[in-house]
Design a protein around this ligand. Structure first.
Ligand SMILES: NC(=O)c1ccc[n+]([C@@H]2O[C@H](COP(=O)([O-])OP(=O)(O)OC[C@H]3O[C@@H](n4cnc5c(N)ncnc54)[C@H](OP(=O)(O)O)[C@@H]3O)[C@@H](O)[C@H]2O)c1
Length: 298
């Protein structure tokens, strides 16, 4: 295999882990890897290993074709632009179009579970990007519908643990979350593999856990009481706003619980095993390794 592989947004948390799996787990020679980012200096450590680092910003569509030149397979990491409605889909469409004109043969995209008619406020960005891939002249693409990261718990749990109260509008709905590093391994495996054609996978963890079940596990692990307090979606939004979260962002976060309450996150799949031949890390194992993150440490 001599394909040149490109990772966009490579300085993000997921992007770096993908680079690590390409170089380490999969032993892809650095000379075959291109990493694009808006901040090339942030990837100096990978450049030192022989990875080609190029500047690319999906907001600057005109420069993307050049950034993607000479690449066979490209991982398009969805951006974190949530503060300007419509902007993220435009960014992703620009990246898909540039991959097409640059002659990329296969694009891998990080989507979300069940984006169709989803309560998640940014689901149209992912659905629209999937549609852009389907409408493109790309020879092939793989959509990875990534479940939520365990790591997201680090946003809510430090404050919840401090008060002992975890406000939730998930109404007993399960979250089949997965470790971010496992998603990076899956993305790297598809990117470095030989899959052609059009594919969609949904990457979940090993089980769907309710907020009550997670709270019980966290309490047992940390020895700190944590009670889930059921609230409405509106009350959850107001609670975040009172604590300084801008309302549009609070609405996005609260829509996660609305989706869980509607049963949108509880589906456990076997797709991670199909791609990697391994089982993803369980929540128990992840918790044991990341206790400090949940109490606000690292
Ligand atoms: N499944 C989940 O639970 C979950 C949670 C959080 C986020 N996500 C999604 O998954 C993505 C990767 O997660 P992460 O943990 O790595 O997030 P992160 O650390 O916040 O990284 C943000 C990513 O967005 C890229 N980006 C932002 N603006 C861009 C632009 N104009 N052009 C090109 N790239 C741009 C960044 O690339 P550079 O900075 O290198 O340019 C970086 O890769 C996120 O961006 C988001 O779409 C999923």
């Amino acid at each position: 295999m001599s394909d040149t592989l490109l990772v966009t947004g490579a300085s993000g948390h997921l992007g770096r882990r993908v680079l690590d799996h390409l170089l380490g787990t999969l032993a892809v020679p650095a000379a075959r890897i291109v990493a694009t980012t808006r901040k090339p200096a942030a990837l100096a450590d990978y450049a030192a290993k022989g990875v080609t680092v190029r500047a690319a910003d999906f907001e600057n569509a005109a420069a993307l074709e050049q950034a993607f030149a000479g690449v066979d397979r490209l991982l398009l990491i969805s951006t974190d632009t949530l503060d300007r409605p419509g902007a993220r889909l435009a960014q992703h469409k620009a990246a898909v179009a540039a991959a097409e004109t640059a002659g990329v043969r296969h694009v891998v995209y990080t989507s979300m579970p069940r984006p169709e008619n989803s309560p998640i406020l940014f689901a149209p960005d992912h659905l629209g990007t999937e549609a852009a891939l389907a409408a493109s002249r790309l020879p092939g693409f793989t959509v990875l519908r990534n479940h939520w990261y365990f790591e997201n718990l680090a946003h809510a749990l430090p404050a919840a643990l401090a008060s002992g109260h975890w406000y939730s509008a998930a109404a007993g709905g399960g979250y089949a979350d997965i470790a971010r590093d496992d998603l990076a391994r899956a993305a790297a495996t598809v990117l470095a593999g030989s899959e052609t054609g059009r594919h969609t996978y949904t990457l979940s963890g090993t089980e769907a856990l309710t907020r009550d079940e997670i709270a019980a596990k966290v309490t047992a692990a940390l020895g700190k009481p944590l009670a889930v307090v059921p609230v409405t979606v509106d009350a959850l939004i107001q609670g975040m706003v009172v604590h300084g979260v801008p309302e549009p962002i609070a609405r996005v976060f609260a829509s996660f619980d609305a989706a869980a309450a509607a049963g949108r996150f509880a589906h456990v799949t076997d797709d991670y095993f199909k791609i990697t031949g391994r089982r993803p890390q369980s929540f128990d194992a992840w918790l044991a390794a990341n206790e400090a993150m949940l109490t606000g440490g690292h």
